[in-house]
Design a protein around this ligand. Structure first.
Ligand code: F6P
Length: 366
């Protein structure tokens, strides 16, 4: 295929590794003599026709840079556009035709979309409208099926694990319970893996409903055995046995309006009241999404970006680059969005956590 011009955008929540993908896509495209443009702020740039021309200089020195040089948005949805002056949360507009028009006006041969679940859903809708799209799976949550790992996850995991390490020494010194709240939405990957890597005592994840009594008894048993401190790692989406989750806010217009958060404070109060042990909450929040990507994420992002551009050159539209057994492969975007990847409560990682003495705050699982 004789391709001339490719567009690229980064959408949804930012994460370490976005720039590394942009760099790899652009370097591959420029080496093939193609023009590259980057739409600003995710799909918002496609709607508003805000873009930058990408040259070798644009992508020089960005491999290790956190965030995204293109900007991003987890609110701008061309199919339900709520941003002024075109739409409002009360009166969302379908501006997909405008986005399509802008795509055609630039005489683009393809668009590479880099994003998570929401971005993939929008990408699939544009594919159905005839836009030639290749997607790259991004999210610290690691909740996308059809790929072994999303980029950004390893960096978030490293940050959460370091936080647990640091909280250990202060918990130990003060004989306290420290509750660490991680991100992850409806999947417990960041909490579970960082708790295993950091030696957390209790880990609460959305996939295994917790019970306050089990947590309290576990901490009191530790105290009886001479362990005067405990580390609780709680995913922001942890669910209690009544099915309740801590919701911090709702964001009108976002593909998923619910923003989880607040579980660490709730648990801290409950644990201190019921055990008599002084407790503190530590919410890691957006620190998990900021800063330099780990070596693994730089490697993975570069492979993803290069593969996505190869897929464009091969005309593999409607597909997402995917990691399978440490090798790059491709899957249909429609298959990738069919279901979220969540922790298997009966799987190997949960069993391992139990066997090294951790508790999931559940009478059923342990
Ligand atoms: O999907 C990435 C993520 O960081 C989630 O882990 C978290 O629930 C959400 O985004 C936070 O979104 P916002 O940046 O809008 O607060």
């Amino acid at each position: 295929m004789n391709l001339r011009k490719v567009g690229i955008l980064t959408a949804g929540g930012d994460c370490p590794g976005l720039n590394a993908v942009v760099r790899a896509v652009s370097k591959n495209a420029l080496a093939h003599g193609m023009e590259v443009i980057g739409f600003k702020n995710g799909f918002d740039g496609l709607v508003r026709n805000e873009f930058v021309n990408i040259t070798k200089d644009t992508v020089s020195g960005i491999l290790t840079l956190g965030g995204t040089i293109l900007g991003t948005s987890n609110i701008a949805n061309p199919f339900k556009y709520t941003l002024p002056p075109f739409g409002t949360p009360e009166d969302p507009k379908d501006l997909s035709a405008v986005a399509l028009h802008n795509f055609k006006d630039h005489q683009l041969d393809a668009l590479i979309t880099i994003g998570g679940d929401g971005t993939l859903h929008m990408s699939q809708r544009f594919v159905e409208l005839g836009m030639p799209i290749v997607a790259v799976p991004k999210t610290i949550d690691n909740d996308l099926s059809s790929t072994d790992q999303t980029f950004g996850f390893d960096s978030a995991l490293a940050i959460a694990t370091e936080a647990i390490d640091r909280l250990h020494t202060t918990a130990q010194s003060h004989h306290r319970v420290m509750i660490v709240e991680t991100m992850g939405r409806y999947a417990g990957w960041i909490a579970l893996r960082s708790a295993i890597a950091g030696g957390g005592d209790v880990v609460l994840i959305p996939e295994i409903p917790y019970n306050d009594d089990v947590i309290v008894n576990y901490i009191l048993n530790r105290k009886r055995s001479g362990k005067m401190f405990s580390i609780v790692v709680a995913a922001e989406g942890a669910v209690n046995e009544k099915g309740e989750q801590a919701v911090a806010r709702t964001v009108a217009g976002s593909t998923d309006a619910i923003r989880l958060g607040g579980i660490a404070n709730l648990l801290s109060n409950m644990i201190e009241t019921r055990t008599g042990i002084e407790s503190r909450a530590c919410v890691l929040g957006h620190t998990q999404r900021g800063g330099t990507p780990t070596a693994f994420d730089r490697w993975l992002s570069t492979l993803y970006g290069d593969k996505a551009m190869d897929m464009v050159l091969e005309g593999k539209f409607g597909y997402m680059a995917s990691l399978h057994a440490m090798k790059m492969t491709e899957v249909k975007i429609s298959d990738a969005i069919a279901k979220l990847k969540r922790v298997d409560p009966h799987g190997e990682e949960v069993r391992t956590a139990l066997e090294v003495g951790m508790s999931f705050g559940s009478a059923e699982i342990g």
